[in-house]
Design a binder for this molecule. Structure first.
Ligand code: WTA
Length: 667
């Protein structure tokens, strides 16, 4: 973060008070801040009461051995029972849980809580039949169809941790995740719809299964939903492994007696990018995680389950889909929209049309989407009646003030508060956000930690910075939905999150989020983005090292350095610098296209570099560390900064020269 960004932010004078009506009926009010700070454990225990416990806990928090936390110790519950059955038992079985909207127009389906219960029970019985037992891992690689949610809940019901892999990831990315968590079963589909055409998913699973087997891991069964009806590739079906969903699930019994699991029983593993090439499997457990999701979804979105229609546009392959499509909203008995496709299919107003059709009241999306709508112009949303909206949410990256104000004005008709919610895969649930009925929002600021959460901005030594200055964002107290570890790697868990600011007797353990932030003159927090080698492209976390490894795995590449450069549309964009092997010569005319294609294949389209520059050298310090700061200058077309620590200061001239000699690819 630069001094320039810090000072720009302090010029933001606009404030938006909560609407009076909302303030008067808000779920959570200002008194909660103090009450929670005075006794956090009592506050969290109160939030845990939102759930149905089969057996109550005897201790709220066990923090005897930080950073390994246990929440609601001794309690027993079932996450799926809490998200589905209890609503049916309370007489709300006829309430719609999911209004599903397929990408092809008129392809819709609504599931009530009673329908959902039947589907989840059948899927749980089918998975049991396929050999899944409590503790086994199940991978889910599906488009945004109801079966994705049904499968997640069926796994939760069985106590089998799921790992959802985003459908846009390649077979390599899927294979490494299958092997890392040793998934026994994969649930997938023939394909899904994207931008009007059917795109296949099953072939990636076939490939990933072979690759995982090469790494010594055997996937036992693949359960396949027929979504598009497209023809499967020659030889794709393996009897004894592949099973159709409609054969295994549709005929299964809709009765299923659920078991209740320990509060700390693993619920899921979600892979996310870290600073090394290997993705981290973030482990979330049951009681604390579900408490965090239910509480925040109720408080931050002011959910009134009887009247609200909620819509979160995230993909279930990301943590936002886990916490704010599946576990939070369903635990709270909400009615929500689930949309399969892209915002612009078949026309650019598709999202706004859905809001109008279903009377959506709470809408949660990402800044990158908002910016792309801004570019298209307000005529498109203006064609739709979106007066049902009462709260707008933003997540995934800092929202720039202009996008915030446009969102509020054009989408929210100047009525709706915007909640800019800061959180991470690791935190499980929203940590820093305005409260819509309490906070006077400032465009661009995530404001303050929500009641129950303790956040600080600290300097290099871990001391809180004064208001008006910047530093590192930390969470200074444990919280129920915190990650419990990195799957199979406790040491990496400690090193990554808890060692940057070592615990002291006085302040205890600090969780370091990897983000830089500023406290303004009022003490409100402005999140400025990552301080490590993790990029944020369209709200998706990508690791520079992971993309570098992908590039270096290409036979023509000797060395690669990747940086995130500012991008008007996507927040950051992937920019790569590569040195070719001698025997590759100049790489040939198509080298840039070839390398972009290679990254797409190895990781997935979201990781495709916007720009690749073939360079003769990379800037390194004397100890051999790549100086990304300088590369970022080049990628962002800035004057190259201080090069005094460079081993060979002429290197930057060579690289900058290349940039103007036309070897970059702006496609
Ligand atoms: C960034 C997504 C600023 C941040 C839920 C964080 C944000 C990373 C915001 C986590 C926000 C997320 N303002 N930055 N409101 N929300 N981020 O794990 O850098 O995919 O560390 O979780 O996204 O990304 P993740």
């Amino acid at each position: 973060m630069t001094e320039e960004t810090l000072s720009n932010l302090s010029h933001e004078e606009r404030r938006f008070e909560p609407p009076a009506e909302l303030a008067a009926s808000a779920n959570l009010t200002a008194e909660a801040y103090e009450r929670a700070a005075a006794d956090p454990e009592a506050f969290w225990a109160e939030q845990a009461e939102r759930l149905d416990w089969h057996q109550k806990w005897d201790r709220v928090l066990d923090w005897d051995d930080p950073p390994f936390a246990k929440w609601f110790v001794g309690g027993k519950l079932n996450a799926a029972y809490n998200c589905v059955d209890r609503h049916v038992e309370a007489g709300r079985g006829d309430k719609v849980a999911i209004h599903w909207v397929g990408e092809p127009e008129d392809d819709t389906r609504s599931l009530t809580y009673a329908d959902l219960q039947q589907e989840v029970n059948k899927a749980a019985n089918a998975l049991t039949e396929l050999g899944v037992r409590a503790g086994d891992r199940v991978a889910i690689y599906l488009p945004m169809i109801p079966e994705a949610i049904v499968t997640m809940l069926a796994c939760a019901r069985l106590g089998a941790p799921h790992t959802v892999v985003f459908g846009g990831f390649s077979s390599d990315a899927l294979a490494s995740r299958l092997a890392d968590c040793q998934a026994k079963v994969v649930v997938t589909a023939d394909g899904g719809y994207r931008r009007g055409s059917a795109s296949a998913l099953k072939p990636a699973v076939d490939e990933a299964r072979v690759k995982a087997a090469d790494n010594g891991h055997r996937v036992e069964k693949v359960l396949v939903v027929r979504r598009t009806g497209q023809e499967l590739a020659e030889g794709s079906w393996e009897d004894g492994v592949d099973v159709w969903w409609h054969d295994a699930v549709d005929g299964a019994s809709a009765e299923h007696e659920c078991e209740f699991f320990d509060s700390e029983h693993p619920l899921y593993v979600m892979y996310t990018s870290g600073t090394t090439g290997k993705p981290k499997g973030i482990l979330h457990t049951t009681g604390g995680y579900l408490t965090g999701c239910a509480y925040t979804h109720w408080a931050v979105f002011d959910l009134k389950p009887e009247t609200d229609v909620y819509w979160c546009t995230a993909d279930i392959g990301w943590v936002t889909g886990h916490s704010y499509i599946v576990y939070g909203p369903l635990a709270n008995g909400a009615t929500q929209v689930l949309y399969e496709g892209t915002p612009d299919s078949p026309e650019r107003g598709r999202w706004w049309k859905i809001i109008e059709q279903y009377g959506v009241t709470i809408f949660y999306t990402a800044p990158t989407a908002i910016r792309s709508f801004m570019k298209q112009g307000r005529e498109i949303p203006d064609r739709h009646d979106m007066s049902s909206l009462r709260i707008l949410g933003s997540v995934g990256e800092p929202i720039n003030p202009e996008a915030y104000v446009w969102y509020r004005e054009v989408i929210g008709g100047n009525r709706t508060p915007v909640v800019d919610t800061w959180w991470q895969t690791e935190t499980g649930a929203i940590m820093i956000s305005p409260l819509p009925g309490v906070t006077a929002g400032k465009p661009g600021s995530a404001m303050t930690a929500i009641p129950g959460v303790a956040a600080e901005v600290v300097n290099d030594e871990g001391h809180p910075v004064p208001d008006g200055s910047g530093g590192y964002l930390v969470l200074s107290k444990p919280w129920p939905s915190m990650l419990r570890t990195i799957w199979g790697d406790d040491q990496r868990f400690k090193d990554t999150y808890w060692s940057r600011f070592p615990a002291t007797a006085e302040r205890g353990a600090y969780y370091f989020a990897g983000d830089g932030a500023k406290k303004d003159e009022d003490g409100d927090i402005w999140v400025l983005g990552r301080v490590d080698d993790v990029m944020n492209v369209s709200g998706h976390r990508l690791s520079t090292t992971e993309i570098e490894s992908a590039l270096v795995s290409h036979p023509k590449v000797a060395e690669a350095a990747v940086v995130g450069a500012k991008d008007e549309d996507t927040g950051q964009a992937v920019c790569a610098f590569v040195i070719l092997r001698d025997e590759a010569g100049d790489g040939g005319d198509d080298i840039v296209a070839e390398l972009r294609g290679h990254v797409r294949k190895e990781i997935g389209p979201i990781a495709t570099p916007r720009q690749i520059m073939v360079v003769p050298e990379l800037p390194k310090t004397r100890s051999g560390k790549i100086m990304r700061r300088l590369l970022r200058d080049v990628a962002e077309n800035r004057e190259v900064g201080d090069v005094t620590t460079l081993a060979d200061s002429t290197v930057m001239d060579l690289i900058s020269g290349r940039l103007t000699s036309g070897r970059s690819d702006e496609a």
